[in-house]
Design a protein around this ligand. Structure first.
Ligand code: FES
Length: 154
């Protein structure tokens, strides 16, 4: 077990299964995702089979099981964004990146996440790529945005 996982687990009483979700949230906050080894460690700590933890974590779609890409794309699907074409934007992102929310591209460059309201509804629909916001998106604008990150890497 790495040090940081030990520190996280030590904040919670051993064997208390009702601490599962907060522990997983802390680990994801620290590492950006839940690795297989971290799930196994949590299972040992709480006395739960890792299959059960995976099952539960999958049910809550806040958890990721793959590391984030170098560019982590968050798409807001809050109400304001939703009514202003966020569903079109997500289709464009999935098509361009060839991944679904919660996944990372094979080359590790992009990962995709659906998030709740980012507090900028007047700029809807929007995505955030690492710390950069792209706002008032229109269907079809995703290609150029993603390409600009790819070109920036070359
Ligand atoms: S709903 Fe998307 S920023 Fe508020």
């Amino acid at each position: 077990m790495d040090d940081q996982t030990s520190v996280i687990l030590s904040r919670y009483p051993r064997g208390h299964r009702d601490c599962l979700i907060p522990i997983l949230q802390d680990i994801q906050e620290e590492y950006g995702y839940l690795s297989e080894s971290s799930v196994i460690e949590v299972g040992r700590y709480l006395g739960l089979p890792s299959s059960k933890i995976f099952g539960l974590a999958t049910f809550y779609n806040q958890f990721r099981f793959e590391p984030r890409g170098r560019f982590h794309v968050r798409l807001c699907h809050g109400t304001s964004c939703h009514v202003t074409a966020a569903s079109e934007i997500i289709k464009d992102l999935e098509k361009k990146l060839r991944i679904h929310p919660g996944e990372t591209t094979r080359d590790g460059m992009f990962s995709l996440e659906l998030v709740a309201c980012m507090g900028a509804c007047h700029l809807a629909p929007l995505i955030r790529v690492n710390d950069n916001y792209h706002t008032k998106l229109e269907p079809g604008s995703i290609n150029d945005i993603i390409d600009s990150y790819i070109e920036g890497e070359e």
